[in-house]
Design a protein around this ligand. Structure first.
Ligand code: NDP
Length: 792
C-alpha cells in the first residue's frame, strides 16, 4: 500500500462539534416557553407540551397547544390582513420576501443549529441543504410576486391559507408553503409539527424584525387536534398539507364539499433503479444520500433499491462496505452522516415495522462495527434483503434509515416493480446509457425522476406526487399557480336547478314507428356497443314529456368494464400529440358533417335550436386539437449541474360526469381537453338528454379514435359518479352536479386520492370561451420533473 492510501486507512476522525450556545441563548431569552405568533404578536403561553432534543432526550422548551379559539383568533388576524396585503403591488410584496431571504441568510447558522437541536438531523445537512434552500425559496418567490400579473393574468389569491407541515424538514417545509402563498397575496396560518416547531418560531421573529405587516403570517403550535381545527375552520380558503398519506386522506374527506383549495404532499416508497451499466461507485454514493439523508425521514427517500440481477452481488457487497463507513452520532458533529431520529415514538415505529418484515422472511443487515450513542434516538443504517413485493418493508413507507433491496432482470421488469406501489412521489435511475434512462423516465409513475443523481430540489422546479403521494406541486410555476385561482370563479352563481324542472312523461300524439324504426341507444365500452348489465333502461323525454328514446341504466359493473377498457387503452397517452390532434380534428370534421342531425337531436331533447351548440362543439374540438401539441412543459435551469425537464403528462383514466344541460357541448367541452392531453375517458353523458352522446359513438368510430379511449356509460349521474369516485382504477374525476353530490364525489375520491374537479352546484357556462384554454388542460394533466445531468 502506498503511503497516502495507508494514511487514509488509518486516519481517525476526531469530533468536530458545532457550538450550540447561540441557539441555547435564544431559547433562554424566551425563558424556554413560547406562545403562538398571531397578528404580529406573541400570545401568552397556554397549556403546553415539551419539545425535546432527540439526540439527548433533554427538554428544549415548552410550546403552547393551539386550541380552536387560537385558530379562530389567527384566522381573524389573517382575514383582516388579507385585504391590504393582497392589494400591495407585486413589487411591494416581493420586497418583503426579499427581506426574509436576506434575514435568513444573515441568521443562517442560528437557524441551522436550532434545526439540528430540535430535529436531530446532522448539522452538515441543516447548514448546507435545508437553510440555503429556505433562502433560495424566498428569493425565487420574491421574483414571482413581482411578475405575477404578467404571468398569471386574471388570477387572484385564495385568501387565508391554512398550512400544516411535518417534522422532517421543519423550516424548509415552512418556506415551501409560506413563500408562494405570500407572493400570491395570501395570508397564512401555519402549524409546525409538534416535535419541531422551534425554527418556525424563530422565523416568526424574523417576520417581526423585517416589519412584515401584522397578521400576514401567523404561527400556531400544537398537535394533531390543532391541525384538525385548521382544516375544519370555515374562514380558511385553502389547505396545504405535507405529511402522511393517512392524514392526507382524512383531510381530503374533511374538506370535501367545502370549496377549500387543497394541495397534498404525502408519503412515498420511491424506487432507486440501478442498471448493470451504471457507474456503480456513483450509484452507491447516490444511494447513501437517497436513503440515509435525514436518517431516511424523507418523503421521497430512495427506499426501494432495484438493482439489475447481473450486478446485484457486486453492488450489495460494495454497499455493505460503504455502510460500515457511515458515522452515526451527535448531529451537531460536522462529520456525522446519520444523526438522531426525530422522537422515540418514531424509533419504536420503525423497529416494529422491521420486526414485521423479519417475521415475513426479510433478512436485515446492520454494520456491526458501529456503536450507537448510549442515549438519544439513534438507529443503525439497515439493508433489507430476501423480500418480495408483498413484504411489509417493501410496501409500507418506513420513514427511517432502512433500505429494502430487490433485483430485476429486464428494463420492463424494473418498470413493473418500480410502479408496483400505491405511491408515486419520486424515482431515481442510474445508467450510463442515456437512451435507456430516458426511455425509463416517462414510464415511471412519479412526480419527480432523477437520472444519475438523487434528492435534487430547487425552488424553480416543481415537487409533488402522483397517485397516493398526493396532488398539487410545490416550487416552480405549478407551485406558484397552486396559490392562485381565476378571478371569475368567485362570481359563479348557483345553478338554479341542476336537473331542470321535473318532466312528466306522456304518450306521443303520433306513433314514432310511422317515421322510423325502433332505435336502441347503447352504451359504448372498449370500442364496442354494449348493453347495460342491469338489463334496465331509462326513458329520455322531450321537454313536453314525450318519450323520445331509451338508454341503458348503467350500473357498477358497466363502470367497471368501462374503466378496464380505458386502462387497457392508456397507450393513448404515449400517442404523439400530433396524432391526438389529428384525431380530434377528424372528430370535429365528422361531427360537422352531421351537424343538422345533431342539431335536430338537441332540439328533440331540449326544445332549443341546437345549431349553435353543434357549431360550438365542433369549434371546441378544433380548439383542443390545436392545444394537443402546444400545452407542454418547460426546461428549468436550477443552480445545480442539471436541467429539469417539466413534462406535462395526463392523469390517466379520467371519469367525466357531464352536466344535465347542453347535451352535446356539455360533454364535448370536458371530453376534448381530457383527450387532447392523452387521458382515456369514462364519460357519463347528460342524465336528462343523453342521446346526443349515444349518437356520438358513431362519429367516434369513424374518426380513428382507438378502442377504449372514450367509453360511454349512460344512467343516473350521481350514482355513477359515486362508483367512479370509489374506483381505484380511476385517476381523476370531473363532476358537474349539485353541491351535495359534488361533496359526495370529493369524499369518495379519498380512497386512492384521485384528483377531482366538481362544479359544487355552481353554474359553469361551458359555452364560454374561457373554457377553451388552460382551465381544463391544467386539470387534465400533472407535471413530472425529470432531472438530467447537464453542463459543466
Ligand atoms: P402526520 O401526517 O400525522 O403529521 C403531519 C402534520 O399534520 C403534523 O403537523 C401533524 O401534527 C399534523 N396532523 C396530524 N393529524 C392531523 C389531522 N388529523 N388533521 C390535520 N393535521 C394533522 O405525520 P406524523 O408526524 O404523525 O408521522 C407519521 C408517519 O407519517 C411517519 O412515520 C411517516 O411515515 C409519515 N410522514 C410522512 C411525511 C411525508 O412528507 N411524506 C412527513 C411526515 C410523516 P403533529 O405533528 O402535532 O402530530
Amino acid at each position: 500500500m502506498n503511503k497516502i492510501a495507508q494514511i487514509f486507512e488509518t486516519l481517525e476522525y476526531g469530533p468536530a462539534p458545532e457550538a450550540a450556545d447561540q441557539a441555547i441563548a435564544w431559547l433562554d431569552q424566551h425563558e424556554r416557553r413560547f406562545g403562538h405568533f398571531i397578528n404580529g404578536e406573541w400570545t401568552a403561553s397556554g397549556t403546553t407540551f415539551a419539545t425535546d432534543n432527540p439526540a439527548t432526550g433533554e427538554k428544549l422548551a415548552d410550546l403552547t397547544e393551539g386550541t380552536a379559539a387560537d385558530i379562530d383568533q389567527a384566522v381573524n388576524a389573517a382575514r383582516a390582513a388579507f385585504g391590504p396585503w393582497s392589494a400591495l403591488s407585486g413589487y411591494e410584496r416581493g420586497k418583503y420576501l426579499y427581506a426574509i431571504a436576506r434575514a435568513i441568510q444573515k441568521h443562517a447558522r442560528l437557524f441551522s443549529v436550532l434545526e439540528t437541536l430540535d430535529n436531530g438531523k446532522p448539522i452538515h445537512e441543516s447548514r448546507d441543504i435545508d437553510i440555503p434552500l429556505v433562502a433560495r425559496h424566498f428569493y425565487h418567490h420574491a421574483g414571482w410576486a413581482q411578475h405575477l400579473q404578467r404571468e398569471f393574468p386574471d388570477h387572484v389569491p385564495y385568501g387565508v391559507c391554512g398550512q400544516i407541515i411535518p417534522w422532517n424538514f421543519p423550516l424548509l417545509m415552512l418556506a415551501w408553503k409560506i413563500a408562494p402563498a405570500l407572493a400570491a397575496g395570501n395570508t397564512v396560518i401555519l402549524k409546525p409539527a409538534e416535535f419541531t416547531s422551534l425554527t418556525a418560531l424563530l422565523f416568526a421573529e424574523i417576520c417581526q424584525r423585517i416589519g412584515l405587516p401584522k397578521g400576514v403570517v401567523n404561527i400556531v403550535t400544537g398537535q394533531g387536534e390543532t391541525g384538525q381545527a385548521i382544516v375544519a375552520h370555515a374562514g380558511i380558503d385553502k389547505i396545504a398539507f405535507t405529511g402522511s398519506t393517512e392524514v392526507g386522506k382524512a383531510i381530503r374527506v374533511a374538506t370535501a364539499g367545502t370549496g377549500k383549495g387543497l394541495s397534498l404532499e404525502l408519503g412515498g416508497k420511491s424506487p432507486y433503479i440501478v442498471f448493470e451499466d451504471a457507474d456503480i461507485d456513483s450509484a452507491i454514493e447516490g444511494l447513501v444520500d437517497a436513503i440515509w439523508f435525514n436518517q431516511g425521514q424523507v418523503c421521497c427517500a430512495g427506499s426501494r433499491l432495484l438493482v439489475q440481477e447481473s450486478i446485484e452481488e457486486r453492488f450489495i457487497t460494495k454497499l455493505k462496505k460503504r455502510m460500515e463507513t457511515l458515522r452515526v452520532g451527535d448531529p451537531l458533529d460536522k462529520s456525522v452522516d446519520i444523526g438522531a431520529m426525530v422522537a422515540p415514538v418514531q424509533v419504536e415505529r420503525i423497529r416494529d415495522l422491521m420486526g414485521r418484515g423479519v417475521a415475513e422472511g426479510a433478512l436485515i443487515y446492520e454494520p456491526d462495527n458501529m456503536t450507537l450513542p448510549d442515549r438519544g434516538c439513534f438507529l443503525k443504517p439497515a439493508l433489507v434483503t430476501n423480500v418480495s413485493p408483498a413484504n411489509t418493508l417493501v410496501a409500507e413507507e418506513i420513514f427511517g434509515p432502512v433500505l429494502v433491496a430487490m433485483s430485476f432482470r429486464t428494463p420492463e421488469e424494473a418498470v413493473a416493480l418500480a410502479n408496483n406501489t400505491k405511491y408515486g412521489l419520486a424515482a431515481t435511475i442510474w445508467s450510463e446509457n442515456i437512451n435507456l434512462a430516458l426511455d425509463i423516465a416517462p414510464k415511471i409513475k412519479a412526480g419527480v425522476v432523477w437520472i444519475n443523481g438523487t434528492n435534487n430540489f430547487d425552488a424553480a422546479v416543481g415537487f409533488g406526487g402522483y397517485k397516493e403521494s398526493g396532488f398539487g406541486r410545490e416550487g416552480g410555476r405549478e407551485g406558484m399557480g397552486a396559490y392562485l385561482r381565476p378571478a371569475w370563479e368567485k362570481d359563479l352563481k348557483p345553478f338554479p336547478s341542476p336537473n331542470g324542472e321535473p318532466i312528466e312523461p306522456r304518450e306521443s300524439a303520433t306513433n314514432p314507428l310511422d317515421t322510423h324504426l325502433d332505435q336502441t341507444a347503447k352504451m359504448y365500452i372498449g370500442g364496442k356497443q354494449a348493453r347495460p348489465d342491469s338489463g334496465y333502461t331509462r326513458r329520455v323525454l322531450s321537454p313536453n314529456g314525450e318519450i323520445i328514446g331509451e338508454v341503458g341504466e348503467g350500473n357498477r359493473k358497466d363502470i367497471r368494464n368501462a374503466v378496464e377498457a380505458a386502462r387497457a387503452a392508456l397507450g393513448w397517452s404515449t400517442t404523439s400529440a400530433h396524432s391526438r390532434a389529428q384525431i380530434l380534428y377528424f372528430l370535429a370534421e365528422n361531427l360537422d358533417y352531421r351537424r343538422d342531425e345533431f342539431a335536430a337531436r338537441i332540439k328533440a331533447q331540449t326544445g332549443e335550436d341546437g345549431t349553435d351548440e353543434v357549431a360550438l362543439s365542433v369549434e371546441r374540438l378544433f380548439a383542443f386539437a390545436g392545444w394537443a401539441d402546444k400545452y407542454d412543459g418547460a426546461v428549468h435551469n436550477p443552480p445545480l449541474r442539471a436541467v429539469a425537464a417539466a413534462m406535462v403528462e395526463p392523469l390517466g383514466v379520467l371519469g367525466i360526469v357531464a352536466p344535465p344541460s347542453r347535451p352535446l357541448l356539455g360533454s364535448i367541452a370536458l371530453l376534448a381537453p381530457a383527450l387532447a392531453m392523452g387521458n382515456t375517458v369514462v364519460l357519463v353523458p347528460s342524465v336528462r338528454s343523453p342521446l346526443s352522446i349515444t349518437d356520438l359513438y358513431q362519429v367516434i368510430e369513424t374518426s380513428d379514435v382507438p378502442s377504449g379511449v372514450v367509453n360511454i356509460v349512460t344512467g343516473d349521474s350521481a350514482t355513477l359518479a359515486k362508483t367512479l369516485a370509489e374506483h381505484d382504477g380511476v385517476d381523476g374525476l370531473w363532476f358537474v352536479g349539485d353541491a351535495q353530490a359534488s361533496a359526495m364525489v370529493e369524499k369518495a375520491s379519498a380512497g386512492n386520492l384521485k384528483q377531482t374537479w366538481t362544479s359544487r352546484g355552481l353554474y359553469y357556462n361551458l359555452a364560454d370561451r374561457r373554457f377553451e384554454g388552460d382551465y381544463f388542460l391544467s386539470k387534465a394533466t400533472q407535471v413530472k420533473n425529470v432531472w438530467i445531468p447537464y453542463g459543466a
